[in-house]
Design a protein around this ligand. Structure first.
Ligand SMILES: [Zn+2]
Length: 299
């Protein structure tokens, strides 16, 4: 994986947005090296292109929303971004005819299936990655996150909810296509029944249902099919984190450890890392698998 990859062909899907409840059609297409992941709102005229980049993040409440200077936006990009990052897609154009990605089944598995069906194409452009050189930590209302130098890009999350069905869970994985598609992609988003009314009142989760989310109520899991993994909640938080980290615009070669992560924490962590120019550098993928000098020197 030392060269940039794009899709070998187009992939099409349709569905409703988790929060908007609006039906959208989405087409993933190959793109030239250096494009990154770029959304195109085909239902809007004028400047309808939005780069999936941390500088374009506008909202992090129960989902990550990106927008361009003209105000064209796409909400809830994290599961699609996670699928693209997890499978190593560096460049793609995502055409979408509405304001939010389709929720599909609440996980990244349907996107993985679509991408795998379209196939990947390696280009001749060398892949460059963000190598973490020293720890960068942030703290936000009792939640914490740290980027650490690491030979392999990895995500490590810990969650704790005062509900016996969730409780305390930790899930960590080294980012690879195989591990992502087998162990992470299928973990669904989740929510608590008691929060649904307040979310609806705020215009959120209008498209949410047992078809696209795990719902937890007083008696446990409301979904008749139950959980896909015993620790599905932590795996989904890891999936979300990968999608948010992908907004850095290049793979982050470091270990992201987060306690009680949400989109606000993930996005703030990427911003904190990017802001500290001494904490990372862009290197070619070929050079990324050796420890940074700063770490070797400190033993
Ligand atoms: Zn999610």
């Amino acid at each position: 994986m030392s060269y940039r990859k794009t899709l070998a062909g187009a992939a099409v899907c349709a569905g409703i947005g988790l929060h908007s409840g609006e039906r959208v059609r989405m087409v993933m297409k190959p793109a030239a090296p250096g494009t990154g992941i770029r959304f195109v709102r085909t239902d809007l005229s004028g400047d309808n292109q939005i780069s999936a980049h941390i500088s374009n993040v506008t909202t992090v409440r129960l989902g990550t929303t990106i927008a361009n200077a003209a105000g064209a936006q796409v909400a809830t990009v994290e599961h699609l971004m996670s699928a693209l990052a997890g499978l190593g897609v560096d460049d793609a154009v995502i055409e979408i005819d509405g304001p939010e990605t389709p929720a599909m089944d609440g996980s990244a598995a349907p996107f993985v299936e679509l991408i795998e069906k379209a196939g990947l194409k390696e280009t001749a452009a060398p892949l460059r990655v963000i190598r973490v050189l020293k720890p960068v930590s942030i703290e936000m209302q009792g939640r914490t996150a740290t980027f650490l130098p690491s030979l392999k890009p990895a995500i490590d999350v810990e969650i704790s909810f005062p509900h016996p069905t969730v409780g305390r869970q930790r899930y960590a994985f080294d980012i690879s296509e195989r591990i992502f598609s087998e162990d992470v992609a299928a973990a669904r988003t989740f929510g608590f029944r008691k929060d649904v009314e307040a979310m609806h009142a705020a215009g959120l989760a209008l498209g949410g249902s047992l078809d696209n989310a795990v719902v937890i109520d007083d008696s446990g899991i409301a979904n008749p099919e139950g959980l896909r993994f015993a620790d599905e909640f932590a795996r989904h938080k890891a999936l979300d984190a990968l999608g948010d980290l992908a907004l850095a615009g290049a793979p982050i070669f470091g270990r992201y450890f987060a306690h009680q992560p949400g989109h606000a924490l993930n996005v703030a962590s990427v911003r904190a890392l990017m802001a500290d120019k001494s904490a990372w550098k862009m290197v070619s993928y070929a050079d990324a698998d050796s420890l940074p000098e700063a770490v070797s020197a400190e033993g």
